[in-house]
Design a protein around this ligand. Structure first.
Ligand SMILES: CC(C)(COP(=O)(O)OP(=O)(O)OC[C@H]1O[C@@H](n2cnc3c(N)ncnc32)[C@H](O)[C@@H]1OP(=O)(O)O)[C@@H](O)C(=O)NCCC(=O)NCCS
Length: 191
């Protein structure tokens, strides 16, 4: 059983472990294993903490295993990072905010990862529902995300959550020229 709770930089080490495990499982046929190894090298959460510094308006939601006990138990089984939309297409990392992001009109889901053992248990959906509720309540009118073109499982998941591709594409040179596509979803209520 998982509960969704707010996370912070204090959870960075567990979040980084979830990221590494899910990258190896989800991207094995898309990104070279040596690249995955390098990009997710265990660092006790330093990169995740850094992401809070480069994106001060970033928020994190965690899916926590309510049955996990003991000092070594891995409580965090999934996480979502979101905040204002960033300008992925026109400026290098760390991407500045777009005008719609800075103005609080368009949000971005920066990351959504679930440990493979917890896939297909509703964990991702629970995280997504909370992200949509939080960003909608914060007044954003739409939310975007970037997903690897060949990540079919995640694309299906996002389409079920109401996202559609908007035609924008981007090449991730640092990962070996991997193509990602942008999805978008309205947050406005159907009245
Ligand atoms: C993509 C990912 C986050 C989805 O998480 P998940 O916990 O497996 O997702 P869920 O169990 O909530 O959803 C999957 C199932 O719920 C159902 N579902 C999810 N959202 C739904 C919705 N909004 N409406 C109806 N059904 C839905 C689907 O039937 C699906 O069933 P299936 O997996 O048995 O085919 C997860 O697979 C993951 O971490 N993948 C690797 C990392 C990744 O690719 N992240 C995206 C990077 S951009």
């Amino acid at each position: 059983m998982v509960k969704i709770r707010a996370g912070s930089a204090a959870d960075a080490a567990q979040v980084a472990a979830v990221q590494r495990e899910s990258w190896f499982a989800a991207y094995a046929d898309i990104i070279a294993p040596a690249v995955i190894d390098r990009v997710t090298l265990p660092d006790n959460g330093a990169r995740v903490r850094q992401s809070f510094r480069t994106r001060p308006r970033q928020r994190m939601l965690l899916a926590a295993d309510t049955a996990a006990t003991g000092p070594d138990a891995s409580e965090v089984v999934g996480y979502a990072l979101y905040g204002p939309e960033t300008d992925v297409l026109n400026a290098p990392w760390p991407h500045p905010l777009t005008a719609d992001g800075a103005g609080g009109r368009v949000a971005e889901l920066y990351a959504l990862y679930v440990r493979p053992a917890w896939w297909s248990t509703g964990t991702g959906r629970a995280l997504m529902e909370r992200v949509l509720a939080r960003t909608g309540a914060a007044g954003y009118q739409a939310i975007t995300l970037w997903v690897l073109r060949d990540n079919e499982r995640a694309r299906r998941f996002y389409e079920r959550a109401g996202f559609t591709p908007d035609g924008a594409t981007n090449v991730l040179a640092g990962l070996g020229d991997i193509l990602e596509v942008r999805y978008c979803r309205s947050l406005e209520l159907d009245l």
